[in-house]
Design a binder for this molecule. Structure first.
Ligand code: UFG
Length: 335
């Protein structure tokens, strides 16, 4: 049976596709390529299109023997979601509605959903557990939470089984440097800092220095993208074996402040990183650190790359070898 991966040309999606390929799974990718990169997808049937394209979904579900969907396709920037909330409702909630409707029509009853730590908002407890309150501080988290709820009701009504994976901050890259992180424009902390190390950017703004954290900057739990890829496979394995819906946090359980991340990047790259204080970014909670005990216990998930410096080192390898991201490769291919 094949797995449909929506958003499989994006950052976490493409690493998951690569990982599934390595395990011998047949993978079909659907991606609009609005943000994803065609070059990031290897060894998978590829369809370019939108979730709302019912004819395309009919074609995919009738051409391939798909037993499960891993659903990444979404807008995923906290700051942007505060400025463009309707775009987030349209692309995330309505997009998923179209996908789920077609899954139900075609009797595809398993979905692994790319959710987020942003569903928690400002946590009541740290580390955060799955049963803790979900009160998002931004539309991005709100739309992901709405989808989690949609999936719960779809299970009750249609027997659609889901695993919702609430990731904390994905970082790093494929260990062999084949694929990596490339957003345009870049808004994520680690790639921004690495662009400074490459001489492509002058400085990084530290958004907020008065948060209730040890050094005043925001604290996040950085998790290696290949550890996330492994968790998707384990979630799928569990769905295939147990046919039971569930939700898991995925993080390392250690928080690093923005200032600590800058220090780690300085150590890995050996380059000076200029940082300046800037106002808080709208929608940012002060601290997000996961308890992933449930995923470890129920999925047998064992993250391999705990150290922030190791995660940064893998990202740095990709950035050094691909200073223009996927663009350079595209240009070479077109010559
Ligand atoms: N930050 C800066 N300066 C920058 C960029 C980021 O100080 O130039 C700070 C942010 O304010 C935040 C931290 O660095 O405190 C990490 O920011 P990112 O933009 O790298 O990541 P986010 O925490 O905003 O969001 C990421 C994913 C979301 C996911 C979330 C879960 O993009 O999809 O992690 O924690 F929901």
């Amino acid at each position: 049976m094949a797995i449909l991966v929506t958003g499989g040309a994006g950052y976490i999606g493409s690493h998951t596709v690569l990982y599934l390929n390595g395990l011998g799974e047949e993978v079909i990718v659907l991606d609009s390529l609005k943000k994803g990169h065609r070059e990031a997808v290897r060894n998978a049937a590829f369809y370019q299109g939108e979730l709302k394209d019912g004819d395309l979904l009919n074609e995919i579900f009738t051409t391939h023997q798909i037993d499960a969907v891993i659903h990444f396709a979404a807008d995923s920037l906290v700051g942007e979601s505060v400025e463009q909330p309707l775009q987030y409702y349209e692309n995330n909630v309505i997009g998923t509605y179209h996908l789920v409707k077609k899954m139900v029509e075609h009797q595809v009853k398993k979905i692994v959903f790319s959710s987020t730590a942003a569903v928690y908002g400002n946590p009541v407890n740290v580390p955060i557990k799955e049963e803790d309150p979900t009160v998002p501080t931004n539309p991005y988290g709100e739309t992901k939470l709405a989808i989690e709820k949609m999936l719960k009701w779809a299970d009750d009504a249609y027997g659609l089984k889901s695993v919702c994976l609430r990731y904390f901050n994905a970082a790093g890259a494929d260990l062999e440097g084949r694929i990596g992180e490339d957003h345009t424009p870049e808004s994520h902390l680690i790639p921004i800092i690495l662009q400074i190390a490459l001489g492509q950017r002058e400085q990084v703004s530290i958004f907020g220095n008065d948060y209730p954290t040890p050094d005043g900057s925001c604290v996040r739990d950085y998790i290696h993208v290949m550890d996330l890829a492994d968790a998707h496979y384990l979630a799928l394995k569990r769905l295939r074996a147990k046919e039971e819906s569930s939700t898991y946090n995925l993080g390392n359980g250690t928080g690093y402040s923005v200032k600590e991340v800058i220090k780690a990047c300085l150590k890995v790259t050996g380059e000076n990183i200029k940082a300046v204080s800037a106002p808080r970014r709208a929608g940012d909670p002060a601290i997000l650190v996961a308890s992933s005990e449930k995923a470890k216990k129920e999925l047998g998930w064992i993250p391999q790359y705990h150290e922030l410096e190791q995660i940064v080192a893998h990202a740095w390898k990709w950035h050094q070898n691909n200073p223009s991201g996927y663009n350079a490769e595209t240009i070479i291919k077109n010559i």
